[in-house]
Design a protein around this ligand. Structure first.
Ligand SMILES: Cc1cc2nc3c(=O)[nH]c(=O)nc-3n(C[C@H](O)[C@H](O)[C@H](O)COP(=O)(O)OP(=O)(O)OC[C@H]3O[C@@H](n4cnc5c(N)ncnc54)[C@H](O)[C@@H]3O)c2cc1C
Length: 525
């Protein structure tokens, strides 16, 4: 244990108390702040005045739901239930206070590691008794501040519920506990002839992926978590356990509660077990990288490929700046041009070659300069490893800086206009913001690489992000194709959903009347 850190104290605050204490000390500086209010240093993100109050000395207030006494009683009860699988250790509290993109952290009071649905139910019942927020946590790879415990409470870490419960290759489905990661699952599926294809780059948990309705590079061929999840076991906010969906390939029976929980970001309940759709392994696979003279050419190639119905398995766009970042980070030497990464899957090498040839012709018509093939599995792994590290490669462009990433998704016919206008916007600013995306779905990302000591950069990025989201919404797109809402997109949900947002809030109030499940995320109720 690092020097200066207290041991875990059941019922007390251990190191977590020390961490919170560091911030609580400042709370009395702010008129009207409650005892126990959490004060965190001002970060660039998530500072909507409606949710936080800025103080004079560059800090942000986030009121805790719990009094000091309530926190102690909660931790004592959880410790009695879980023993050393309940932690107030400072490192754990810090680890569970944020995701991977840059948003103001929110420190939970306590972190718990259940190992069964029954334990999750007991934890949620205790939370209900103590009126404590519950923030489900997978591996914390989400990007919009989803896991930040902005009102304190319990961070419910599902990583120890990581058993693959059943694999049925003949039915192309399986059942897993929510804390299994997609790489763990695919390891367990080795030699079965089937695979789970949703691949968000980070080794996220299936529960976290379901909760964010994640997708990734292969969604253009295999779909997103919306298509992949067939059924769920969910612990509701009052501790009840329900089962939704099932293994049947189709059903006309009742409301589709599975799809209600997929994408609910932990705001409606905790998913503990998930039934997933699998796909057979392709007989033949080819991958290639193709640089283009212009961004227009690259995007037009994507649009034509999709409109022709060519079944690409992956089609990823990276702009020149992102290619530079990838080259530096992964020690590669791709040309510094707008570039498409392709993968083709098929039942035979002939079918793959035919699709690849057609796309190659489309690319050549649009200024694609060369198709560089990765023929061996090792070469393909290297290519996709570089692509999956693109986020970290972007961060490394500016040492000491932090990354804030955003994503939109638009109808495919609007992709070129949306990408080109966004690029023009970036070029007209002084921001470092590489662009990349799963463009086969009309989905692309910006990664703002920002100097934490320069609030003007954050202000410029916030404005540019706002213009991007409004541009996407104006053409019938969405403010998030796959990362979700969390804290970062809250202000755009009304614009996107109109009156339907009130229906979402009504569902939330019905299932979680005390507003304890990941409160303050997705929308304020
Ligand atoms: C380098 C990098 C690349 C990425 N690329 C992509 C990409 O291409 N596509 C994409 O979609 N995402 C991408 N992401 C984002 C991220 O991987 C996803 O958001 C992921 O789905 C989150 O899973 P997690 O296990 O990390 O969940 P967490 O981050 O731990 O949690 C995410 C949300 O889900 C809730 N939650 C977690 N588990 C449960 C559960 N069992 N029940 C109910 N709620 C739960 C949490 O409360 C939180 O609101 C990327 C992230 C990184 C760091």
């Amino acid at each position: 244990m690092p020097p200066g850190m207290a041991a875990d104290v059941p019922g007390g605050h251990g190191d977590g108390g020390a961490i919170r204490g560091k911030y609580f000390r400042q709370a009395d500086k702010f008129p009207g702040s409650m005892p126990g209010s959490l004060v965190v240093p001002r970060r660039f993100h998530g500072e909507a005045p409606s949710r936080r109050t800025a103080g004079e000395d560059n800090t942000v207030l986030m009121p805790s739901h719990l009094t000091e006494a309530a926190r102690g009683a909660l931790a004592a009860d959880l410790h009695a239930l879980l023993g050393d699988r309940c932690s107030t250790n400072a490192t754990q509290i810090e680890h569970h206070s944020h995701g991977e993109s840059w948003h103001a952290p929110g420190f939970p009071d306590v972190v718990v590691f259940p190992t069964s649905t029954e334990e999750v139910s007991a934890i949620v019942r205790l939370a209900h008794t103590h009126r404590a927020p519950v923030v489900p946590f997978g591996v914390g790879s989400s990007l919009e501040g989803h896991v930040n415990a902005i009102h304190g409470g319990i961070s419910l870490d599902l990583s120890r519920m990581n058993r693959v419960l059943r694999v049925s290759p003949d039915d192309l489905d399986c059942q897993v506990e929510a804390g299994v990661t997609h790489r763990q699952l695919n390891k367990a599926l080795a030699n079965t002839g089937v695979a789970f294809w949703v691949d968000p780059g980070a080794d996220a948990t299936i529960g976290g992926m379901a909760a964010t309705r994640a997708s990734g590079t292969t969604a253009v061929r295999y779909g997103t978590m919306r298509e992949a999840v067939l059924g769920l076991t969910v612990v509701l906010a009052d501790g009840r356990v329900i089962h939704t969906g099932g293994r049947a390939r189709k059903s006309s029976s009742g409301y589709d509660l599975t799809r209600l929980f997929v994408g609910s970001e932990g705001t409606l309940g905790v998913m503990t077990e998930i039934t997933l759709r699998l796909h057979g392994l392709p007989e033949a696979v080819s991958a290639a990288v193709c640089p283009f003279e212009t961004m227009e050419g690259a995007v037009q190639t994507v649009m034509t490929t999709i409109q022709f119905g060519i079944p690409v398995a992956r089609i990823e766009l990276l702009d020149e700046l992102q290619m530079d970042a990838v080259n530096r980070y992964s020690r590669l030497s791709y040309p510094l041009k707008p570039t498409l990464f392709f993968e083709f899957h098929g039942t035979s090498q002939d079918s793959v070659s035919e699709h690849a040839r057609t796309v190659q012709e489309i690319a050549a018509d649009n200024g694609g300069t060369a198709f560089n093939w990765s023929t061996t599995p090792e070469d393909r792994a290297k290519l996709w490893h570089a692509r999956h590290n693109a986020f970290y490669a972007a961060v490394a462009l500016r040492p000491g800086c932090k990354a804030w990433t955003t994503d939109v998704c638009v109808p495919i016919s609007e992709l070129a206009r949306c990408v080109l206008e966004t690029r023009k916007d970036i070029q007209g600013s002084s921001l470092v913001a590489p662009l990349m995306g799963h463009v086969g779905d009309g989905n692309f990302h910006l990664i703002f690489v920002l100097d934490p000591n320069n609030p003007a950069e954050f202000a410029a990025a916030t404005e540019l992000n706002g213009r991007l989201l409004r541009r996407a919404l104006a053409v019938g797109g969405t403010c998030s194709g796959e990362h979700g809402v969390g804290l970062g997109k809250i202000d755009y949900l009304g614009d996107e959903h109109g009156d339907a947002l009130e229906v979402m809030k009504a569902i939330k109030r019905t299932l979680d009347p005390e507003n304890l499940m990941n409160p303050g995320k997705m929308f304020d109720v």
